[in-house]
Design a protein around this ligand. Structure first.
Ligand SMILES: Cc1cc2nc3c(=O)[nH]c(=O)nc-3n(C[C@H](O)[C@H](O)[C@H](O)COP(=O)(O)O)c2cc1C
Length: 382
């Protein structure tokens, strides 16, 4: 308010100096004291009718789907087209490193999968091979050589060798492979990529264990001991969870670990299911899935699947190390999701899947029985 207004206001009578809200309040109070009861009722009815309504569930759903849609559209490569052929080379310049990594992984894995069939088709996947070759050349130019380049090269070599053994010698591909390979520093070389031969005996030796009891003894834990969970245990569990299957082996999941009391409290303050035990957790984890890994419209919900499966592996891995866990839902609307991201520094490209409270078990504790449905309700045999 400038001087002129304040000075002129000063000369107005009191009621003219009140704000509209103050006037409304006074008017309401006079009305409620003076109006006869039948008019008062009518007034209240009118007031209730004209009260601003909270958005309908349908509107909120739309708003939240839009939030997911916009982030998927922005970060995935769906809009850019996943079939980037080598003659459309400049297309790669629009991509982030993670985008490019996802496309490369998708393609090298397509070749690995093809080679792992009982009877691979000679010369299969020519477009994929060309795409992959062009993408790793570009990747190497932009970012140098890393494990992904080496895995891709190893896969392409396995592909070349398979075809060579079948009488198809693709010399051009061999030269291209070697030109990328020559740029990889010797002591950085790794052998992964392609296929490996395994036996049923080996699988059975390690996999045929009594998992029934392992599954049966995992409970959601809501009572932890005071003992600190060493970070090395979390690392071991994450290492195990890395074996989780993911779409085209793109490994979209990440795990954020919070150990400091204040950080854990901050994270948990956005979550609605940890009251009474969250503060006892020695570590609070947030599992995310990076949207930059997804390449088509059909994959719009893939983050929830990849991330959910990863979280499950992680929970079982922690269980195998003797730790207690409780999954904590991230069933929130976009406003809360944004608040958490801002508070703890999680990029918009990450879909938050869930939190996991982790702690050591006390000697004795109660768990919810959480009875399960009968198998007949679940297993539909067609
Ligand atoms: C995605 C997900 C979110 C969950 N969120 C919560 C939560 O916020 N708070 C909680 O106390 N339990 C939570 N739980 C634990 C479930 O209540 C529990 O898994 C279920 O009742 C089965 O019990 P059990 O885990 O002991 O076998 C969650 C579980 C899942 C899978």
């Amino acid at each position: 308010m400038n001087n002129y207004q304040s000075r002129s206001n000063y000369h107005h009578p009191l009621w003219l100096r009140l704000s509209p809200n103050q006037m409304l309040k006074i008017a309401k109070s006079i009305l409620s004291k003076t109006l006869p009861s039948h008019l008062k009722k009518k007034y209240y009815q009118w007031q209730a009718k004209n009260k601003p309504k909270p958005p309908l569930v349908k509107e909120r759903l739309l708003e939240n789907y839009t939030y997911d849609f916009e982030r998927f559209y922005k970060f995935s490569t769906a809009k850019k087209g996943s079939n980037l052929s080598s003659n459309l080379f400049p297309k790669y310049s629009h991509l982030t490193q993670t985008n490019l990594k996802a496309l490369i992984t998708k393609d090298y894995h397509r070749i690995e999968k093809g080679l792992a069939l009982k009877e691979p088709r000679i010369g299969f996947g020519k477009n994929t091979v060309n795409n992959l070759m062009a993408a790793i050349e570009q990747y190497q130019t932009l970012y140098g050589s890393d494990e992904l380049v080496q895995i891709s090269i190893n896969t392409l070599l396995a592909y070349y060798q398979f075809n060579y053994q079948q009488g198809h010698d693709n010399k051009q591909l061999y030269e291209q492979i070697n030109s990328v390979k020559d740029k990889i520093i010797e002591d950085q070389k790794i052998s992964e990529g392609g296929t490996k031969t395994i036996t049923k005996k080996d699988i059975w030796k390690n996999a045929k264990q009594d998992l029934k009891n392992f599954f049966a003894t995992r409970h959601s834990i809501r009572h932890f001991s005071n003992e600190e969970v060493d970070l090395s245990l979390i690392k071991q569990a994450v290492e195990m969870a890395q074996k989780t299957p993911s779409v085209c082996n793109r490994q979209t999941s990440q795990v954020y670990v919070f150990s400091e009391f204040q950080d854990k409290q901050k994270v948990l303050s956005f979550q609605n299911g940890n009251r009474g035990f969250g503060e006892q957790a020695s570590k609070v984890l947030i599992v995310t899935s990076n949207l930059q890994n997804f390449t088509s419209v059909g994959e719009r919900n893939q983050c929830w699947i990849d991330g959910g499966m990863y979280a499950m592996s992680l929970v079982y891995a922690l269980h195998s190390l003797g730790l207690g866990t409780c999954c904590l839902n991230w069933s929130v609307e976009h406003t809360v999701d944004q608040q958490l991201r801002e508070a703890v520094g999680i990029n918009d490209s990450q879909a938050v899947i869930m939190m996991i409270a982790v702690g050591h078990l006390p000697d004795e504790l109660k768990v919810a029985q959480s009875p399960r449905k009968k198998i007949e309700e679940v297993l539909i045999i067609k």
